[in-house]
Ligand binder design. Structure first.
Ligand code: ADP
Ligand code: ASP
Ligand code: MG
Length: 445
């Protein structure tokens, strides 16, 4: 069997969903499990609704809830007919009414817990999957809807929840084959999950890719297909660099490093479950289904050298000077517990005798607190106007000129070679990160 995951733009409207149905129809022999995201932009709208409720902005969240309902009801009416339309409209209406009441409750108290937030933003996938499953049935392709929240069980870190992979596997192995009886397609949701206590949780933004890999691992799929809006993994983000090339094959390690360093075509956690069982991941374009896309698999016959330029526009960057009497290792022993206590994830780190440089993906709430604590002990400079760029590919250290290419593409504050020798990264000014990415890409490819 195979897993086929379709992202938000791939299910954004009637034409897109019809394309999905036609792509899946061509693979029925392979017994596909289809995983869908929310319709494009819906998760963002739900985040906005949650924030408006927290701010008790009643008119705003009511208007947005109405728009959300209209978009999904409109889509049902465009695609479905007869009892299928009636039944699906009734489900969609119930899901929207439950959400309305929940949001009103949050709006009344003006308090948004992570748990309520997750409950609200998980609605997008529940709505999209209900409609896409009905659309398959409408086209005569029998399809069962399966609830991912009964299978993907996580901890109670509601908005970026960690799944218990063994429990997920047992649930998926029980529920999916049962749902597959008598139908051609089983369809479920990405992103959504629930805690062991039964509350809604989500796997973090863009987490549907990760869901697909978990389903693939549990079912020992022949492959996991990630269907999106680009022709595979490219040498850079095509929204930023005009002339990119398709990467035919990348190793699990390369793809994971690219994703961690900002190539958002795959969610960084997607690789783990696939690699556990050696399941290849194919990245394919819904708008060009005949295209070859990219394959991510075990490192066999994968050429060495630079593969892609990744970047993170929004990072926080710290430079911490070592006092004369303290070694960098003593400093590290001191600093790491502060980072841990503030739940900070480091992106890059570089050390020298006199200085420690660190980057963090923006938006980590504990950073300000950590900076204050560290500033009592050290000379800390906190930069909010930096970005990081990275060249990724195996065997980079043996590539002549790679260091110069990075250094000469723009002014760098920090250079760091990943210890797996698979990425060379630099911190640069945010104001011209896009030009630097383009310059670096043109030098390398
Ligand atoms: P989906 O909604 O299908 O999950 P995403 O927007 O999350 O789609 O991911 C696809 C996007 O990833 C592309 O449109 C592209 O802008 C971006 N992207 C970033 N880096 C890369 C890369 N190296 N190769 C391909 N796409 C990339
Ligand atoms: N709908 C979620 C998001 O927009 C999950 C996903 O699309 O992967 O982040
Ligand atoms: Mg995505």
């Amino acid at each position: 069997m195979i897993v086929m995951k379709f992202g938000g733009t791939s299910v954004q409207n009637r034409e897109a969903i019809e394309r999905v149905i036609s792509i899946v129809s061509g693979r029925l022999r392979e017994k596909p499990l289809v995983v869908v995201s929310a319709l494009a932009k819906v998760t963002r709208l739900l985040v906005q609704i949650a924030e408006e409720a927290e701010n008790r902005n009643v008119n705003a969240y009511r208007a947005d809830l109405a728009a959300l309902r209209d978009r999904h009801v409109g889509l049902c009416k465009e695609m479905l007919s007869g009892t299928n339309l009636e039944e699906t409209l009734s489900k969609v209406s119930q899901i929207c009414s439950d959400l309305d009441s929940f949001v009103e409750g949050v709006g009344q108290i003006g308090e948004l817990s992570a748990r309520s937030h997750a409950r609200i933003i998980s609605t997008g996938e529940i709505l999209s999957s209900t409609i896409v499953a009905a659309a398959f049935n409408e086209k005569g392709i029998s399809c069962n809807w399966a609830d991912a929240r009964r299978m993907i069980i996580t901890d109670d870190n509601y908005l970026s929840a960690k799944p218990d992979l063994d429990v997920c596997q047992a649930n998926i192995k029980r529920i999916i084959p049962a749902s597959a009886k008598g139908v051609k397609v089983v369809l479920t949701q990405g992103f959504v999950s629930s805690t062991a206590a039964g509350a809604s949780s989500v796997l973090g933004f863009e987490g549907s890719d990760y869901s697909a890999a978990i389903f693939g691992m549990a079912l020992n799929a022949d492959r996991v297909e990630i269907w999106t809006d680009v022709d595979g993994i490219r040498t850079a983000d095509p929204r930023v660099v005009e002339k990119t090339a398709r990467i035919d094959k990348a190793s699990y390690e390369e793809a994971a490093v690219m994703a961690y360093l900002g190539a958002r075509v795959l969610h960084p956690l997607t690789i783990g479950p696939a690699r556990r069982r050696n399941i290849p991941i194919r990245v394919l374009n819904t708008m060009n289904p005949e295209g070859e896309g990219s394959t991510v698999a075990k490192d066999v016959d994968i050429p060495e050298g630079p593969k892609s330029v990744a970047f993170l526009t929004e990072i926080d960057y710290l430079e911490i000077a070592a006092p004369a009497q303290k070694s960098v290792s003593a400093m590290l022993c001191d600093i790491v517990p502060v980072l841990k206590a503030n739940k900070l994830e480091i992106s890059l780190m570089s050390t020298s005798v006199s200085k420690l440089s660190l980057t963090f993906e923006c938006g980590q709430p504990g950073l300000q607190n950590a900076v204050s604590e560290l500033s009592d002990r050290y000379d800390v400079t906190y930069f909010r106007d930096k970005s990081q760029i990275s060249v990724v590919g195996k065997g980079l250290s043996a590539c002549p000129g790679i260091m110069d290419a990075v250094r000469e593409s723009g002014k760098c504050s920090m250079l760091s070679f990943g210890s797996s020798m698979m990425d060379l990264s630099a911190v640069v000014d945010r104001s011209n990160v896009k030009e630097i990415v383009n310059e670096l890409h043109n030098r390398l490819f």
